[in-house]
Design a binder for this molecule. Structure first.
Ligand code: SAM
Length: 189
């Protein structure tokens, strides 16, 4: 089942909203990370930069085969070989990865799902102890050029509360201009 309101505009328009390398660095994705999973990789906007940084593989999951093909083409053009794309419905079936198998989970523009705590619990399950999850979302501001409807768009405080319910320790908010905010979540135990 697709996350509600998770469609995207044309790739070039979508990618004009972010500086992925800066966002990943602010959200503590470093070369200390080995394997990473990205839940809903979309066009691969963040996948390519993540694959450049980590020591292991990026498992890039999406429910949409046509989007996965675009993301694959992007990483291929960048000459990267450490991305494993998987057609996967993470709402219905989880990530398909073993418990404690990755050092970092990317949850980018996805927490407006119906049950964000369940998604965060799945991220938590996947992480090693001291592993991290990066969360970004659209600012809670109706003037952003895209983003889910305001009625379902999470506020930063919502994300913090959901993350705590799922067992995470949560960093302070990062401003990710021009249109986003983010957090780093840590699995402590
Ligand atoms: C709003 S886009 C964000 C893409 C990417 N995270 C980014 O920020 O550039 C959400 C993506 O999640 C995918 N998606 C939605 N529901 C999903 C599900 N249940 N399982 C896997 N992927 C899903 C969509 O196909 C879409 O590519």
């Amino acid at each position: 089942m697709k996350v509600r309101e998770s469609g995207m505009p044309d790739q070039r328009v979508w990618e004009s909203f972010f500086d992925p390398a800066i966002i990943l660095a602010k959200l503590a994705l470093t070369s200390a990370c080995r394997d990473v999973v990205e839940m809903g990789c979309g066009y691969g906007t963040f996948t390519t930069d993540a694959a450049r940084v980590v020591r292991g593989s990026v498992y890039a999951l999406d429910i949409d085969e046509s989007i996965l093909q675009l993301a694959k083409a992007k990483t291929r053009a960048a000459g990267l070989t450490n991305v494993e794309f998987r057609l996967q419905d993470f709402l219905q079936d989880g990530t398909g990865l073993a418990d404690g198998s990755v050092d970092y989970v990317m949850l980018f523009n996805i927490l407006h799902t119906e049950d964000p705590v369940a998604l965060l619990r799945e991220a938590y399950r996947n992480l090693t102890v001291n592993g991290k999850a990066g969360v970004i979302h659209w600012n809670h501001d109706p003037k952003t050029p895209r983003g889910p409807p305001m009625a379902i768009r999470p506020r930063p405080a919502d994300c913090v509360n959901w993350a705590k319910d799922a067992g995470f320790d949560c960093s302070s908010i990062h401003d990710l201009p021009p249109y986003h905010y983010g957090f780093v979540l840590t699995r402590l135990g």
